[in-house]
Every structure is written in structure tokens, then in C-alpha cells.
Design a protein around this ligand. Structure first.
Ligand SMILES: [Zn+2]
Ligand SMILES: [Zn+2]
Length: 139
């Protein structure tokens, strides 16, 4: 019979491992990810991972200030909170979102004269390269 402490430690270890798998989805990501997208990626590493667990872990990451939510194309997605100011590209065909690191506009010009910008939320939509090549019949 396993005692309670040992059981809790096992549980904690399992949760930590799952969190690590989820966190890894954001390490080399080109754009913010929805819970479904994270779940699809994380399930490749850890097939037993349920979407409810992903959801809970991502909420915890947001509370801890590790991830920040962004709403793009009507879907809430998440990305590392430490990312500096940038805008996003939304592919209307596959619904994927991409970070655009260099915002090519002078952001002060996004507000009327005399106003101070604290934050901006700019989404450019169109078609991503993989959808474009699919449209042309290339694979
Ligand atoms: Zn696309
Ligand atoms: Zn981004």
C-alpha cells in the first residue's frame, strides 16, 4: 500500500512532466496556439494527455504570468507573455496564427495626435504559404 505522501509526489511529478510537455509546445512556435492545437501537439509526446489537463495547465501558466492570451480570428490562443510587442497574421483558410516580430509601422501613428498607446492588438489576415501552395495544387 502506497502512503499518501508518496502518492502525492507521484502525482506532482506526473503533473510536472505534463506541464513540461505542454510548455515545450511554445519553445519553437512561430505563432500563438489554441488549447486544441497545444493538445494535438502535446498528445504526440504524451498520448494519455487529456484536453482538460491541457486546459488546466494553460490556465495555470496564464495565472503565473508565463503565457498570455491573444484572441485572433475569434479563437483564444496563447503565447509566451515575455514576447515583446508585435502583431499577428491570421490565415483565413487554415485558421492558423503567426507572430510578426517587426511591426513595420510607427506605432505612435496608430493613435490620434496627443494620445498615448499602452497596448495595441493588430491582426492582419490573408493566406499563409502552405495554404497558397495547396491552392496551386503543389504538395
Ligand atoms: Zn493557412
Ligand atoms: Zn505573437
Amino acid at each position: 500500500m502506497v502512503d499518501k505522501l508518496e502518492r502525492n509526489q507521484k502525482k506532482l511529478h506526473r503533473n510536472t512532466k505534463q506541464r513540461a510537455v505542454i510548455a515545450a509546445c511554445f519553445s519553437n512556435e512561430v505563432g500563438p496556439l489554441s488549447v486544441n492545437e497545444v493538445h494535438a501537439q502535446a498528445a504526440k509526446q504524451s498520448p494519455s494527455l487529456g484536453i482538460a489537463t491541457v486546459y488546466r495547465a494553460m490556465n495555470a501558466f496564464v495565472e503565473e504570468g508565463i503565457l498570455a492570451p491573444v484572441v485572433i480570428g475569434g479563437t483564444t490562443r496563447y503565447e509566451p507573455a515575455a514576447k515583446r510587442r508585435h502583431h499577428h497574421f491570421h490565415c483565413r483558410q487554415c485558421n492558423a496564427a503567426f507572430c510578426v516580430e517587426d511591426t513595420p509601422v510607427t506605432t505612435s501613428r496608430l493613435a490620434p495626435k496627443g494620445f498615448t498607446i499602452h497596448e495595441y492588438d493588430l491582426v492582419v489576415s490573408g493566406t499563409c504559404p502552405s495554404c497558397l501552395s495547396e491552392n496551386r495544387g503543389e504538395h
